[in-house]
Design a protein around this ligand. Sequence first.
Ligand code: MN
Length: 506
Amino acid sequence: MDRVIIFDTTLRDGEQAAGGSLNIKEKLDIAKQLEKLGVDVIEAGFPISSPGDFEAVKLIVQEVRNPIICGLARANPKDIDRAWEAIKEAAHPRIHVFVSSSDIHLMHGMKKSREEILQLAGDMVARAKSYTDDIEFSPMDASRTELAYLYQILEVTIDAGATTVNIPDTVGYAIPDEFGRLIKGIFQNVPNIDKAVVSVHCHNDLGLAVANSLEAVKQGVRQVECTINGIGERAGNASLEEIVMTIKTRGDLFKLTTNIDTRQIYRTSRLVSELTGFSVQSNKAIVGANAFRHESGIHQDGVIKMPITFEIIDPKTIGIPASSLVLGKLSGRHALRERLAELGYSLNEEDFNRVFQAFKQLADKKKEVTDRDIESLVAEEQRTVSEVYHLDRLQVSCGDRGIPTASVVLISPDGQALADAALGTGPVDATFKAIDKIVGVPNVLAEFSIKSITEGIDAIGEVLVRIESDDITYTGRGADTDIIIASAKAYINALNRLLAARRGTR
Ligand code: MN
């Protein structure tokens, strides 16, 4: 087999990251985009972990039919039954069973002996197998598991019906050549290893997740678990785009392929960043804002003469729009529609009209409307579709002699205009306090950040807000050329999500 199976766990491990909180509609949007991207397997969630996760997996199963949809389960009957319940309608279902295998985990976490775990792993894989053929098994903390025991647990679970065995470097502890030797040892010492696809799942605690995954591929691994933008627990997982583009760019060395349509990479990265609120660092490989920017004069001169001199990847390969055409005040519906299509959006007529209105308003304030501006407009319009409260008006006064004061008018769910005002330590504080007086939901502000999405003094400001209530985090975003209005929009967006979750629509 000369193809590497791409197993995406953005919706499971990625969503597990601190501060991540996607609602069901956002999970579905990401799953649909992953399908366009061409991933082979989507790990859609951990169905027993919450009713919300269960519902999201069930919905994805109905709407996303091409990839294998995988549900995660610990090695116990309840988890496995619940995972099957969520994915049983899938066109291609997979149950992923995991159990700890390292002595550190067995002693401190599971409080079970090696023999007990061995028995349990075999039994639970067999139980999953009674539901469906496609079963993946993972010995958690494999890279710190005693080798003889690791070989044994893999043999037992393959015998019980596992068709994929996944070797996780759960804590991101492995070093490439060492991890490669571990994989090599598995191929040499597990007698029935040819009956399963061998997979890896690497974490990035030492910044080595991609390197370890690729070393494993060199040793014969044919499934890699990864996430968009490398998001995930702690320092994150191996990044899908880096793995795929390394295999492609260094095809001379790897001689392998994937099913990924690389032209969807940029779009997928933007969508995941937008919906999770985890921004991509500028110098991130492949998808960072600076990944294809050349500053040095020598480099610029080289790239103009012949891109290959300093560019190992053509930006078009990952779907960065080729033209740098900017729209403006005189651009019409047709031009905007074309640009949206090039950026990968397909909006219905109603949504398009809303975006077009917003575009015209922005073009009046800003001379040049760039792709990033358009992405921001679409995101802003999508956020306001199912609002509980809507920002109608905001007026703020501030300065070092006055007391920051905000007055706010919100439109309530039943269409009433509700007004209130508050003082604060600054304009944002005063605005949030005035909103709180109207909405009246206690919460703690956990994160507030603001950034300019393009260059220039007339740029759109994008605000990200995370609030906590009952130990759950809700992310809100807002965009506007006025940063105080953007802040108010982001806060209301987070509150609306909190209220929607309370109504059970998370
Ligand atoms: Mn993980």
